[in-house]
Design a protein around this ligand. Structure first.
Ligand SMILES: Nc1ncnc2c1ncn2[C@@H]1O[C@H](COP(=O)(O)OP(=O)(O)O)[C@@H](O)[C@H]1O
Ligand SMILES: [Mg+2]
Length: 279
């Protein structure tokens, strides 16, 4: 559905996005995982045409952004990384404004607002000013707003950053529901667990480059499903194994504090980049 080809963004000397290519299928939940500064937001903003590309192609359903801007843009809903709600407007008015901008008729607006407030559990807060909502509620309102005009592709830039663990979990349920309703989702995150739990496929991004792209399961199998962690005078180290038996055998031969656990996307990231994702 979404095809990104040879996408580059330069800010002077800095290459924020470096030759990124990926294809996202209709109905897929796709994650871009990488540490701060990896180029995730810049990628989202180029897809949403908020930031001009230095070069490269973006098409949605085979139509290029350059030639069919309005037709393509109406298929996209976006939840930016930072809150850009109208704080002095109510939750309802924020949705209403978006519906008007997208030219939705009055009756369709009303129905959609009611449906989305219900879906995001915000019906009781409809008349409250956006600035008075909690962090999690603001984020849900931004998601509702992005969905107002019934987009086919939802771009979510770090949707749970700054939310506490319980609220984050609830947000994951909401996002899973969206995905199972058939929506195509492109999510960026620097939370490993979020990518593992939500995404069908994950692209690992570092310094503007896509360094791996596969299902979480395949990525984990690539490094080895089980890791033995141990401490020596240089710090924590990890050794990867295909099976728990192999890991146990290795651990038995080591002195000191040894821990056996399942490997995760963070391990792969560190192995490929010598960097942590969640810095
Ligand atoms: N408007 C800008 N001007 C200059 N550099 C920028 C601008 N926006 C982002 N960058 C730089 O581009 C790189 C990627 O940033 P960003 O896409 O925000 O990363 P991420 O969202 O993965 O944290 C960073 O080094 C950042 O400092
Ligand atoms: Mg970002």
């Amino acid at each position: 559905m979404l095809v990104v080809k040879d996408l580059i963004k330069k800010y002077g000397e800095l290459t924020a996005v470096d030759n990124l290519s990926l294809e996202i299928n209709r109905g897929e939940f796709f994650g871009l995982l990488g540490p701060n500064g990896a180029g995730k937001t810049t990628t989202i903003r180029m897809i949403n045409t908020l930031t001009p590309r230095t070069s490269g192609l973006i098409t949605i359903d085979g139509k290029s952004m350059d030639r069919n801007l309005t037709e393509v843009k109406i298929k996209i809903g976006v939840v930016p990384q930072h809150n850009n709600l109208e704080g002095e407007m109510t939750a309802w008015e924020n949705l209403e404004l978006h519906g008007r901008i997208y030219g939705m008729p009055k009756k369709a607006r009303r129905e959609r607002i009611e449906e989305l407030l219900e879906f995001t559990d915000l019906t009781e807060r409809a008349a409250d000013l956006a600035r008075t909502l909690s962090g999690g509620m603001k984020r849900k309102l931004m998601i509702a707003r992005a969905l107002m005009h019934k987009p086919e592709l939802l771009l979510l830039d770090e949707p749970t950053v700054g939310l506490d663990a319980a609220v984050r979990r609830k947000m994951w349920d909401l996002l899973k529901n969206l995905s199972s309703s058939g929506l195509t989702v492109l999510l960026t995150t620097h939370y490993i667990e979020e990518a593992e739990i939500l995404c069908h496929r994950v692209g690992l991004m570092n310094r503007g480059r896509l360094i791996e792209l596969d299902t979480p399961k395949n990525l984990i199998e690539k490094v080895g499903k089980v890791v033995v962690e141990y401490f020596d005078n240089e710090g924590t180290k990890g050794e990867f194994f295909e099976t728990r038996e192999d890991a146990l055998a290795y651990a038995a031969g080591r002195q000191g504090n040894v821990k056996i656990r399942s490997s995760n996307l963070e391990d792969i990231f560190i192995k490929l980049t010598n960097r942590r994702v969640e810095d």
